[in-house]
Ligand binder design. Structure first.
Ligand code: MG
Length: 159
């Protein structure tokens, strides 16, 4: 098939005493995301979208949170390894679209850095990586700042 589409979603709790990594960028905030890795919700959603596009399972299959070697791992490495799998299947990324749901902090000023990181690893131009954000109008766990969510959609093309 010439084109494949994939979607991904990820959730992490927000807690005191952790760094907040989003899209490969450390965002200053009084809370950070809890997880086995650096808990980068956006990169995880993108990994799942990439894997989903080629029916390669999910991030938990490839990078289990029970693996001591992955403790606090930089999720940019997970995205790089995921891209290796995509390339091994003979596909490349056309574009990535994503949305973050979180109440705080405002991430707009960090989006260019996130696009830079993601486009570099995915091997696409900056304008092929979209990172959007919304609050939930203070509703639900994201609105109460208990956690955050990322959604990603990717389009792959056969080399
Ligand atoms: Mg995750």
């Amino acid at each position: 098939m010439a084109f494949r589409i994939g979607s991904g979603i990820d959730f992490h709790r927000l807690v005191e005493g952790r760094d907040l990594w989003i899209g490969g960028v450390k965002v200053p905030h009084h809370k950070g995301a809890l997880g086995h890795s650096d808990a980068d919700v956006l990169l995880h959603a993108i990994c799942d979208a990439l894997l989903g596009a080629l029916s390669l399972g999910d991030i938990g299959v490839h990078f289990p949170d029970t693996d001591p070697a992955l403790k606090n791992i930089d999720s940019k490495i997970l995205l790089q390894k995921t891209m290796d799998l995509i390339r091994a299947e003979g596909y490349h990324v056309v574009n990535i679209d994503s949305t973050l749901c979180l109440q705080e902090p405002k991430i707009k000023s960090y989006v260019p850095s996130m696009q830079d990181v993601i486009s570099g690893i995915a091997g696409v131009p900056l304008n092929a990586v979209s990172v959007k954000a919304t609050t939930t109008e203070r509703m639900g766990f994201a609105g109460r700042e208990e956690g955050l969510v990322a959604y990603a959609t990717v389009l792959l093309q056969k080399d």
